[in-house]
Design a protein around this ligand. Structure first.
Ligand SMILES: NC(=O)c1ccc[n+]([C@@H]2O[C@H](COP(=O)([O-])OP(=O)(O)OC[C@H]3O[C@@H](n4cnc5c(N)ncnc54)[C@H](OP(=O)(O)O)[C@@H]3O)[C@@H](O)[C@H]2O)c1
Length: 235
């Protein structure tokens, strides 16, 4: 699938959020038809795109995902948000897995803490964030990282054409270009641990047309970070 040249019908689940809005823009820039899925209360966040995208005001994590239009899409880009303690991430992932058409390209977002094969090597900072901050946030019923783990477990086990993009720490700013990636957190190229949010979104959209990323869980980092540039010199 050549996403750069073909007009595709692209569904963006979580379109109203920071990452989602950037994904909408990149997809429109590539000439795709965009359907933005978000809760009705969030629709106003996409006012700037009114008339250029179709909005589907749906509670994405409901098990029966009342909006069936997702089945008509060539690709579904999903922001997996570990928000609250009501299985928001796993509910959303399950809904997409259940209702996307067979063969559709599915791209999900998460953080470095997700591991596919257990071969990732984490810094003390990431471990502390997950073990301490993650548990405190769950106790406060704000964030449930375990549910994002469960969401990704279901995606990895599915027979869909999935990619799970694992984001580093994020920052705002102008685009630097397509992030570089590695299969395992702990690889030197990822050491800088920072990506522009606009470029995280770019990677998600470009992944639609990159079949090499099917059944991969790329951990990404900004292409102009010190660790990415150092690796380029070594190669
Ligand atoms: N440092 C980081 O921030 C970091 C690092 C690595 C990876 N990531 C990944 O980046 C993604 C998050 O991206 P983001 O920057 O777009 O986050 P965001 O702007 O905070 O995303 C907000 C999303 O949360 C949803 N949401 C659900 N309940 C909500 C509520 N009560 N109030 C507000 N929003 C609610 C919204 O869905 P509706 O659109 O339906 O309203 C919206 O799409 C996740 O996949 C995360 O794992 C983040």
């Amino acid at each position: 699938m050549d996403a750069a040249r073909t007009t595709l019908k692209v569904c963006i689940v979580g379109a109203s959020g920071k990452l989602g809005q950037y994904m909408v823009q990149h997809a429109l820039d590539r000439g795709h038809e965009v359907i933005g899925v978000c809760r009705a209360v969030s629709g106003g966040m996409l006012a700037a795109c009114a008339g250029r995208i179709t909005l589907a005001p749906v509670a994405t994590d409901s098990r029966d995902f009342s909006w069936r239009g997702v089945a008509g899409c060539d690709a579904v880009l999903t922001v997996l948000v570990p928000r609250g303690v009501h299985h928001y991430s796993s509910g959303t992932a399950q809904a997409v897995l259940d209702h996307a058409r067979p063969g559709a390209r599915l791209v999900f977002s998460c953080g470095y803490h997700i591991t596919r094969d257990g071969q990732d090597i984490y810094s003390w900072k990431v471990k502390a964030l997950v073990q301490v901050a993650g548990r405190l946030a769950k106790l406060a019923r704000l964030v449930d990282l375990d549910d994002q783990v469960e969401a990704c477990r279901r995606v990895f086990a599915s027979d869909t054409r999935w990619t799970v993009v694992r984001g580093s720490d994020l920052e705002e700013g102008e685009t630097q270009g397509l992030p570089v990636w590695s299969r395992h957190v702990g690889d030197p190229i990822l050491a800088s641990n920072i990506t522009r949010r606009v470029d995280f979104a770019l990677f998600m959209v470009e992944a639609i047309g990159n079949d090499e990323l099917v059944h991969e869980a790329p951990a990404i980092v900004g292409c102009r970070t010190a660790s990415a540039l150092a690796q380029k010199q070594v190669v």
